[in-house]
Design a protein around this ligand. Structure first.
Ligand SMILES: *Cc1c(COP(=O)(O)O)cnc(C)c1O
Length: 223
């Protein structure tokens, strides 16, 4: 794998409206550094411990994205420096992030993860629960959170029409929440698309793709 080539090639072909998050989970710091030196500044990790040790070892201007399921008791460790949390999937987690942000006087940027896949294993808010929270003004109390947008993961399948339909659903929800709910009017980020489905995600309006194996090669350890 020629990381420098992959990063540059990817960026060249990406529309200006879309940000590439390089998913560096399981990759050693030397590999991340190589990507960084090729101009990549946004990196995504899915485990808090791994994120912490990498952030400590790598340049301070890296923008770290938390993309994996986050437990409330670990929020405090990442809140001081995290750039964007993609995987916010409950009100309980939002409240904890808000609490920790308040302690530090830092506004934490978050995406609401929405459950769009057929698979049961994927985390995320259900659409009706999001509307419930919006209508109940739950998001208004979050003084130290900025909800920047939505994140979703499509079903892991070869069925590209299913994947496309799931992304379309998420984009539709994104537009509807922006136009119909005051609290979420300013959302700008739609995080959808991974190595196998980012091309479809881009066609369906993604503004942020999370790509791991297409940049770094297949992970030995699945994470
Ligand atoms: C691992 C992971 C990715 C990247 O997956 P690839 O198929 O390697 O591109 C994207 N998003 C999340 C939430 C992940 O856990």
């Amino acid at each position: 794998m020629d990381i420098t080539y992959n990063i540059q090639n990817f960026k060249q072909n990406l529309p200006d409206t879309c940000v590439l998050v390089a998913v560096s989970k399981t990759q050693p710091v030397e590999v991340i550094l190589q990507a960084y030196e090729s101009g990549q500044k946004d990196f995504g990790e899915n485990k808090v411990q791994e994120l912490l040790s990498k952030a400590e070892a790598l340049p301070a201007d890296i923008r770290w994205h938390m993309i994996g399921h986050l437990q409330t008791n670990k929020v405090k460790y990442i809140v001081p420096f995290v750039h964007l949390i993609h995987s916010v999937d409950s009100l309980k987690l939002l409240n904890e992030i808000n609490k920790q942000g308040k302690k530090l006087g830092r506004i934490i940027s978050c995406l609401l993860q929405v459950h769009i896949a057929r698979e049961e294993s994927k985390f995320g808010f259900l659409e009706e629960d999001l509307w419930h929270h919006v209508n109940g003004n739950e998001f208004k109390k979050l003084t130290h959170i900025k909800i920047e947008g939505l994140m979703g993961m499509a079903t892991f399948t070869q069925n590209t029409e299913l994947v496309r339909a799931e992304f379309k659903t998420l984009k539709g929800l994104f537009d509807k929440l922006k136009s119909e709910s005051g609290d979420l009017r300013d959302m700008k980020i739609l995080s959808m698309g991974m190595s196998d489905d980012y091309a479809i995600a881009l066609e369906e309006g993604s503004t942020m793709i999370r790509v791991g194996s297409a940049l770094f090669g297949k992970r030995i350890v699945h994470g």
